[in-house]
Design a protein around this ligand. Sequence first.
Ligand code: PLP
Length: 462
Amino acid sequence: MSDYPYAGRFPVQRRLPDQGRPREELLAELAAMAAEEDAFWETGKCSGTMYCGDHDHYAFLARAFERFAHVNALQRDLCPSATKFEGEIVAMALDLFHGGPGAVGLVTTGGTGSILHAVLAYREHAADRLGGRRPNVIKPETAHPAFDKACHLFGVELRRAPIDPVTTRVDLDWVADHIDDATVALIGSACNYGYGTVDPIAELGSLALERGVGLHVDGCLGGFILPFGEELGYGVAPFDFRVPGVTSISADTHKYGYAFKGTSTVLFADKALRDAQYFFLTDWSGGKYCSPGMEGSRSGGLLAATWASMVSLGRAGYRRYAAEIFSVAAAMQDAVRSHEELRVLGDPTFLFSFTSEAFDVYHVNDFLRDRGWRLNGQQYPNAVHMAVTRPQTQPGVAEAWAADLAGAVAYAREHAGSTPKSGAIYGGVAGGMTDEADAFIKAVMADLLDRQSGLPPEPAAP
Ligand SMILES: *Cc1c(COP(=O)(O)O)cnc(C)c1O
């Protein structure tokens, strides 16, 4: 069987068709694929990914998008609206995170984009002071790989601080011991992707102030939901610009901001940091080229849709969704805690992770997968996590979780001696990679990319 999707059902375009195909036919194919793919997560059994999961909301965003989808936000003379959208998205985010009078921000293409911009800003801002020496940043091991990617791309040294195995929060003493005069920033997550736990931001802030370095808070995942968890009394400690020492924050509108994929915000306490990462080429024959961040052309539609998501929900809408999500997350965690074989890691929020000392927790995942659940696998220790989003807040999902989890624990006990089928995979894409040599991992990646962008074999000539 070919793993090429939809082969045999819809025509495979091997070359640009000579004559275009009818729009109605294409729209019907798209509708069929979308309906099947939506049915998978509409059950509420899929961790993360579909943060809003509300087709009315998506249709509304699509209407906002459609007005400006063709517009290039880089050319503001043609679209003053993009300035309004971007300015207001940044202003609303700064308001949520208590930005002071000098605080500014950018809208980027996603969480990775925001983190890349922040790391570049810290590097450039410190360039004169370092005079050619290599800058470094210190991240908790649990902080997102986008920091490693940014350091890799920008030639910054990354120091990975261990975490406390019980709380899963960063080891502050290790961080303090590894700051030197080339350290440009510390990182803390609110919250991290793996465990849904929040690093000790206040303590990191004091350390950053004392040692004269920046502190970036990664709120990519939690930025647009944790502030409402705090308001609702879920014991979320402040992690934003109220905390002395916090100099920048990343927060994804395309996660709990409930906007379309392809937007995020990066916010700076001080304009000087943002201004460190402009790019300009004033003597190019094509004209004077200046870009505010790393991107070139950008879609005005994404700015319009993100703006529309935030303004249509408002604080009340975000708070209502957060209340539902936090309450379901608590119920789902209670179900985990009711099994003595399972252990929740740290003190999580709307996203929780659990492991087991009684058996390999991937046996639990194997059983849950057969019941239609899609959780994310982790390693060191083996664990699985569930990021609770709006699809889980439908009636019956938390109850189905409790029932299936009980079945899964029984299954895991029976299979404790054998090797589980599932493993630790980010986003469900690559398999079989642990500590193998780079060459092997590259071969696996190449194979994966070939399969994700290749075509099925040509049918034999008749
Ligand atoms: C998703 C995520 C990111 C990176 O975001 P992308 O949008 O996937 O680029 C960064 N940090 C955390 C904690 C995240 O969950």
